[in-house]
Structure formats: structure tokens, C-alpha cells
Design a protein around this ligand. Structure first.
Ligand code: NAD
Length: 477
């Protein structure tokens, strides 16, 4: 599946040219045997093409064919991680190339394929009953700007494994990288014997095309990944919806933790892709007796600690509106996903790339504790003891049920916090990305559907459950 640099450049150029031309139909075949398909000028055309492809997949391809297609998609993405990561940072201005390579590799390798679909069988005196995972048909998937290619890769693998086609709505400010990822995946699908157009998209995505996708009669299932607005709109659409929304994940460290390791994990987690991943640590809470020691280890691990005056100046820069104590504020988009050095330069502090994040000690009512900042400026609050910390963690998580963590050696506290927080992802003694399978066990997904309850979403969630009863026969005993 490896592409030469020349082939890749030609492909990138064709996809980008198509985007600049404003669509106009399918992209023609390219050298190397595959086709670059999928970018359509209208939503109707994108849905119609995906529908045709889905029927071919469901009726004329086997499960083994689907597995081969998924393997080809993985191989194609492995060969193009760096290109995709660079384009994502260049186009969106968010995050870091090295971390985007890690994220794209994670979804490429650890998103489950057809192996996620395990049928069930019941047998008895009255025969045999099958319970199987069937496709929905054409899925409409809306992507965020924070993980544009990662969401396409993991959604496409899971959705196609389950026998669906998908029409993606790129975030308008991540259009080029989304189109390129779709072009590469379609090329892999066709080269593995799959139908063209299993993945389609719109040449010029806008808020209107997102709304139209939610209402389109050809879309059977909506899968949306983004902030509160898109989740609310999708859930009001009347269609079956899997919604992955915002969070504000706290990380609590108690006096029994291995402080050096906890500090390293917390700093690495909170600074991962400059904090734009929804499950990244967004606030630190520490028991007072170890708070100073923990901060010392955090500074060693790459945190710059802002003093009170610097913190105040930083807030003026990074908050667009400060709604005051205990309230969620709006952040200044100019600093979302930027390096810590860029943010600090705004208040006249020059640091090098060794600084991964800014640490700002604040009181428990500070607006930054309550705000999903999506940038590497992390509030740090000290509490009397574990129980006060747990209460604060619960308050700042705002009941999203997204992600939280504890650093502790007390098993009873790990269990209590897991129960009380009730989040889709709970991490014990690790960075939050471990909960996505990066440095932790288990499969991955970048669509964490906490509002609709699926949690991390895989092929099985993109399936309709169907049952077939074979009455009084077909047993072997
Ligand atoms: P965003 O909500 O601005 O955009 C996401 C997508 O939804 C875009 O394609 C956008 O065009 C569309 N959209 C936005 N509002 C809409 C509306 N009212 N109607 C129709 N479409 C609409 O989000 P973003 O800035 O791209 O991403 C960051 C947000 O997404 C953060 O809040 C983050 O926590 C969340 N997120 C969640 C997950 C998860 O798995 N739970 C994953 C990634 C991002």
C-alpha cells in the first residue's frame, strides 16, 4: 500500500485542486491503480454516491472482503501519518505535528474492525436464534477541527467494518486535511477491491451543509463529534444520533501518590496536542500536604509555573469573556491549541520548546477551573483532603460524564472516585490519553459518546441489531 513521494504529492495536489475548484463531481482515477473518490459539490450527490457504494458493500462483498478493506485503509494511513499531521497543523493552526502523528497512528492501529462484531446464537428445543450486527446504510458523520483526520479514520474504520458507507461533514477550517484523508482512504478501499465512494464528503462544508446533513432523508444514523452546539442540534434532529460532546476533565492527586510519576503523567497528558483533545486533563486538583512537592515535580516535567501577576495577565489574554467566579467563560480562539511558548510570549515571557504547559494556581471558584480551555494553560487548585478534592472534581466536571482521573495508591479512593465521577473514561495513575489506549490497554476511538451513553464508539455501535429465529430445526443435537 506504500505510495511513492511523487504519487503522494500528485494525490495531495489533486485533492487540494479539487477543493479549490469547489468540487464538481468525483475525482478521476490516478496513477497507481486506485481512484481518488468522494468529494462532491452537493450533499445530495454525496449521499447518492455513498448509498450506491453501501449497497455494493452489503450485497456483493463478504465479511472477509470488509476485513481486507480495513487492512488496506490502515496500511494507507500508516504510510501517510506525517503528511496528514503536518497538513492538519498547517490548516487548523491547532496542536503539534509530533502529537498528531501519535494520534493518527493510534486510531490507525487500534480502532477495532470487523472483529468487534461478535454474533450471538441461542439454541434449545425450539430451534436456533441468531443475533447479528447489521449495517444502518449511509451514516452522516460530523467532525471537529481538533481531531479532523483522526475522527475520519476511526469513524470510517468502524462504520465500514459494520457494512455502512459514510458521508463526512468536515469542519470548515479543516476542509483540506479532511478531504485528503478521505481521498487516501478511498484509494485504499478501491485498491483492496471495495467499491468507490464508501466515504464521501462535501466540497464546501458550511454550517448549512451540516444542518442539511442532519435532515437528509438518505442518512439513517448521525454520528457527531464536537462542542455543545452540534450535539444539541443533532439530538434535536429526530434521527438516531450518537453524540460525542465537550468535557472538562479533572485530574486529582492525593498524598499517597508517587508524586514524581503523577506529575510527569499530568504534565504529559495536559500538554498532549496542546490540550485540544476533549479528554486531556483540563484542571489539576491536589491535596494541600503534597501540593508544593507536586508542583515542583511538574516544573521538572516541563511545566512553567505562572505567579499571581502573570496568571492575571494571562487570563486577560486567553479569555474572550470572563463570566466570573464559578462560571464557564469563553476562551480567546487565537490561543486555542497553541504552544505554551506562544501563549507566554503574549505576556512578555520567552521560553523554549522544553516548556510543555503553563501551570496557574487558582482558588476553587476561578473561572479557568470551570472552562474547557483547549490550550496548555492548566489551573491547579489545592484542597484540604481527598474528599474535598473529589467534591471539587465533580463540580468542575459539570456532569458531562466525559473523563476524569486519580493519582493515588489507595484502592478504596480509586474505586470511590470512579463511582462518584461516573465518567465514560476514568484513569487510575496515568495520563488521560492512556484511557484512549495510548500507553494503556484496549482499543481506541476519538468519538467518545458520553451524552448518548455509548462511551468510546466502535463498529458495534454503528450497527443495527437484527434477530433471526429458525424454529424447531437446524440444531445438531
Ligand atoms: P465545534 O462544535 O465548533 O464543531 C464541530 C463540528 O460541528 C464542525 O464540523 C462544525 O461545523 C459543526 N457544528 C458546530 N455547531 C453546529 C450546529 N449548531 N449545527 C450543525 N453543525 C454544527 O467543535 P470543534 O471546535 O471543532 O471541536 C472542539 C469541541 O469538540 C470541544 O468541545 C471538544 O471537547 C469536543 N470534542 C469531543 C470529542 C468526543 O469524543 N467527545 C472529540 C473531539 C472533540
Amino acid at each position: 500500500m506504500s505510495m511513492s513521494q511523487a504519487q503522494l504529492s500528485a494525490l495531495v495536489q489533486r485533492v487540494l485542486q479539487r477543493v479549490e475548484d469547489g468540487g464538481g463531481g468525483r475525482i478521476a482515477a490516478v496513477a497507481g491503480g486506485g481512484t481518488v473518490e468522494g468529494v462532491y459539490p452537493t450533499l445530495d450527490a454525496a449521499v447518492a454516491a455513498a448509498n450506491k457504494a453501501q449497497q455494493t458493500l452489503e450485497w456483493h462483498r463478504s465479511m472477509a472482503d470488509r476485513s481486507r478493506i480495513i487492512e488496506a485503509m490502515r496500511a494507507m494511513m500508516r504510510d501517510n501519518l506525517e503528511t496528514i499531521a503536518r497538513l492538519a497543523v498547517e490548516e487548523t493552526g491547532l496542536g503539534r505535528v509530533d502529537h498528531k502523528v501519535i494520534k493518527n497512528r493510534l486510531v490507525t492501529n487500534k480502532t477495532p474492525g470487523t472483529e468487534d462484531l461478535t454474533s450471538q446464537v441461542w439454541t434449545g428445543d425450539h430451534g436456533l436464534t441468531l443475533y447479528e450486527f447489521a449495517p444502518w446504510g449511509v451514516i452522516g458523520a460530523i467532525c471537529p477541527t481538533t481531531n479532523p483526520s483522526e475522527t475520519v479514520i476511526c469513524n470510517a474504520i468502524g462504520m465500514i467494518a459494520a457494512g455502512n458507507a459514510v458521508v463526512f461533514q468536515p469542519h470548515p477550517s479543516a476542509k483540506r486535511v479532511t478531504h485528503l484523508t478521505i481521498g487516501l482512504l478511498n484509494r485504499a478501499i478501491v485498491s483492496a477491491g471495495g467499491p468507490p465512494d464508501l466515504i464521501t464528503t462535501i466540497a464546501e462544508p458550511t454550517m448549512d451543509t451540516a444542518t442539511a446533513l442532519m435532515k437528509h432523508p438518505g442518512i439513517r444514523l448521525l454520528v457527531v463529534t464536537g462542542g455543545p452546539g452540534v450535539v444539541k442540534a443533532a439530538m434535536a434532529s429526530g434521527k438516531k444520533t450518537i453524540a460525542a460532546g465537550p468535557g472538562n476533565p479533572p485530574s486529582l492527586c492525593d498524598e499517597t501518590a508517587d508524586l514524581e510519576k503523577a506529575a510527569r503523567d499530568m504534565v504529559n497528558g495536559a500538554s498532549f496536542d496542546n490540550n485540544i483533545i476533549c479528554c486531556d486533563e483540563k484542571e489539576f486538583i491536589a491535596v494541600a500536604s503534597i501540593a508544593d512537592a507536586l508542583k515542583g515535580h511538574m516544573r521538572q516535567a516541563g511545566a512553567f509555573e505562572a505567579d499571581a501577576d502573570q496568571t492575571e495577565r494571562l487570563m486577560k489574554a486567553i479569555l474572550a469573556t470572563d463570566r466570573g467566579p464559578g462560571q464557564h467563560s469563553d476562551v480567546n480562539k487565537k490561543f486555542v491549541g497553541k504552544d505554551a511558548s506562544v501563549i507566554l510570549r503574549e505576556i512578555g515571557i520567552n521560553v523554549g520548546p522544553e516548556v510543555k504547559m503553563v501551570l496557574a494556581e487558582v482558588n476553587r471558584n476561578h473561572t479557568l477551573l470551570h472552562t474547557e480551555q483547549l490550550m496548555p494553560v492548566i489551573p491547579f487548585t489545592r484542597v484540604r483532603d481527598f474528599h474535598e478534592g473529589l467534591e471539587l472534581a465533580r463540580e468542575v466536571e459539570h456532569g458531562y460524564g466525559h473523563t476524569s482521573s486519580i493519582h493515588s495508591r489507595r484502592i478504596d479512593r480509586m474505586s470511590e472516585m470512579a463511582r462518584v465521577m461516573n465518567t465514560a473514561i476514568f484513569v487510575k495513575n496515568g495520563a488521560h490519553y492512556s484511557g484512549l489506549g495510548e500507553g494503556g490497554e484496549g482499543p481506541t476511538s476519538f468519538t467518545i459518546a458520553h451524552p448518548t451513553g455509548e462511551g468510546l464508539t466502535y463498529a458495534r455501535h454503528f450497527s443495527r441489531m437484527r434477530r433471526c429465529a429458525l424454529v424447531d430445526a437446524l440444531r445438531i443435537v
